[in-house]
Design a protein around this ligand. Structure first.
Ligand SMILES: NC(=O)c1ccc[n+]([C@@H]2O[C@H](COP(=O)([O-])OP(=O)(O)OC[C@H]3O[C@@H](n4cnc5c(N)ncnc54)[C@H](OP(=O)(O)O)[C@@H]3O)[C@@H](O)[C@H]2O)c1
Length: 206
C-alpha cells in the first residue's frame, strides 16, 4: 500500500521502517523536509520519499499521523481530500490536546468529516513499534479502535505486517479515550515506575 506518515520523529520513523520492510511504499509528509528528524528518518528508510504533507497525502491509501496531537488542527487542511483514504491517529493527548477536541482522533473526525479514522500505534513505545518481536517470546500485541470496521481491518493487517502478533479491536469511537489511557498505563509502567521502555503488554488466554 501507499502509506503517508505525517511526522518523522520517534514514532514516524519506527513505523516507516517496519512498513517499508513489509513492502509498503512510504511517503513522509513533513512540515520541514530539511529538518534533522527528516534527515535521520531518510537514513533509516532509504526508499521512503520525503514530501510536503499535501504531496504525501495525495499519494496515500493510508495516512498515519505521528505528530503532537495539537498539530492536527493545522495539518488537516494540508491533507486535501481524504474521502477515499484511511486516517490513523497514533498520537496521545496526554500533555497537550487539540482544543476544543478531546483527542486528535476526535479532531480528525470532526474536521475531515471522514468516517475512516482509526486509532492505532499509540499504545506502546516507539522502540516496540520499531521491533515488536521479543526474544524467546515472539510478537507483542497492538490495539486499535474506531467505528469503521473495514478501515480497522486494514490497519490491523498493517500492525501484523510490522511484526505485532495481534492487533486487538478495542472497540468503536467510544473506546478511543480508553485506548489513550491504556497508552498511559504503558507510560506509567515503563517511565513513571521506572521499569524501562523495553517492556510490552500482551493479552493471553486459556
Ligand atoms: N514516543 C513514543 O514512544 C510514542 C508512543 C506512542 C505514541 N506517541 C505519540 O506519537 C506522537 C509523536 O511522538 P514522537 O515521540 O514520535 O515525537 P517526535 O519524535 O517529537 O516527532 C514529532 C514529529 O511531528 C512533527 N511535527 C511537530 N509539530 C508539527 C506540526 N505542527 N505540523 C507537522 N508536523 C509536526 C515533527 O516535525 P519536526 O521534525 O519538523 O519537528 C516530528 O517529525 C505524539 O503524539 C506522541 O504522543 C509517542
Amino acid at each position: 500500500m501507499n502509506i503517508a506518515i505525517i511526522g518523522s520523529g520517534n514514532v514516524g520513523s519506527a513505523l516507516a521502517q517496519g512498513l517499508s520492510k513489509a513492502g509498503h511504499n512510504i511517503f513522509f509528509g513533513l512540515r520541514d523536509a530539511a529538518s534533522a528528524k527528516a534527515e535521520k528518518a531518510s537514513g533509516f528508510v532509504s526508499n521512503a520519499k520525503i514530501l510536503s504533507i499535501a504531496e504525501a497525502s495525495k499519494q496515500a491509501d493510508v495516512i498515519i499521523i505521528t505528530t503532537p496531537p495539537e498539530a492536527v488542527l493545522n495539518l488537516v487542511a494540508q491533507l486535501g481530500d481524504v474521502s477515499n483514504k484511511i486516517l490513523v491517529d497514533a498520537t496521545n493527548s496526554i500533555r497537550t490536546r487539540p482544543e476544543p477536541y478531546r483527542t486528535a482522533f476526535h479532531a480528525l473526525k470532526a474536521l475531515t468529516k471522514s468516517d475512516k479514522v482509526v486509532k492505532c500505534f499509540n499504545s506502546t513505545g516507539f522502540e516496540n513499534m520499531a521491533n515488536p518481536v521479543y526474544p524467546n517470546f515472539g510478537g507483542i500485541d497492538m490495539f486499535c479502535a474506531g467505528n469503521d470496521q473495514p478501515s480497522k481491518e486494514i490497519v490491523q493487517k498493517l500492525a501484523k505486517d510490522i511484526g505485532f502478533a495481534e492487533c486487538w479491536n478495542f472497540g468503536g469511537d467510544d473506546m478511543v479515550e480508553l485506548l489513550e489511557k491504556f497508552a498511559l498505563s504503558w507510560i506509567n509502567l515503563a517511565i513513571m515506575q521506572g521499569h524501562g521502555r523495553n517492556l510490552a503488554l500482551k493479552v493471553i488466554r486459556r
